[in-house]
Design a protein around this ligand. Structure first.
Ligand SMILES: Nc1nc2c([nH]c(=O)n2[C@H]2C[C@H](O)[C@@H](COP(=O)(O)OP(=O)(O)OP(=O)(O)O)O2)c(=O)[nH]1
Length: 147
């Protein structure tokens, strides 16, 4: 557990960003965590850790380029939901996972670094073997897609 604290005395969680990439037919591009990572083989919304000094949107732009080889514009990211856990991260650290929706990108998403991708209709996402925090985001995503 991290002992870093903010000025209010709260433990600082790891900040992670993720994105539901919505295709023209409404399917979501899901990402399978590569071997050797925490929760390897489980499905997630593409994304990753926010690095020091980065905004969440900048981190997501970088992660989608690194992970799927696509380019997005920050203005096309719609904040959609989040989940916070005090102990779900590696070595029991706190983690806050932010979810965005994006409907526009450049390039063909391709899984890199031994990962995989799949197009999945929103109603079927919960049948995947999801990473635990990503599973908690699914109801928020479905609500957002209804609106
Ligand atoms: N998306 C997601 N990430 C999670 C969950 N639980 C959990 O500890 N994490 C952690 C694992 C990673 O440290 C981080 C996600 O960032 P990342 O995708 O850039 O991580 P990574 O594989 O490159 O690096 P690593 O820390 O696994 O070595 O969040 C979860 O349920 N969903």
């Amino acid at each position: 557990m991290t002992d870093l604290k903010n000025s209010a005395g709260n433990a600082l969680p790891m900040l992670v960003v993720s994105c539901a990439l919505v295709e023209r037919d409404g399917a979501i591009i899901m990402h399978r965590r590569p071997p050797g990572t925490h929760h390897a083989g489980r499905w997630e919304f593409a994304g990753g850790k926010v690095e020091p000094g980065e905004t969440p949107a900048a981190a997501l732009t970088r992660e989608l380029a690194e992970e799927l080889s696509i380019r997005i514009a920050e203005q096309d990211l719609m904040p959609t939901g989040f989940v916070a856990s005090s102990d779900a991260g590696p070595e029991g650290c706190g983690i806050v996972l932010l979810l965005y929706v994006c409907r526009r990108w450049t390039g063909e998403p391709q899984a890199l670094n031994g990962a995989a991708t799949a197009s999945c209709q929103p109603a079927a996402i919960c049948r995947l073997d999801l990473a635990p925090l990503d599973r908690l985001l699914v109801p928020q995503l479905r609500l957002a897609l209804l609106g």
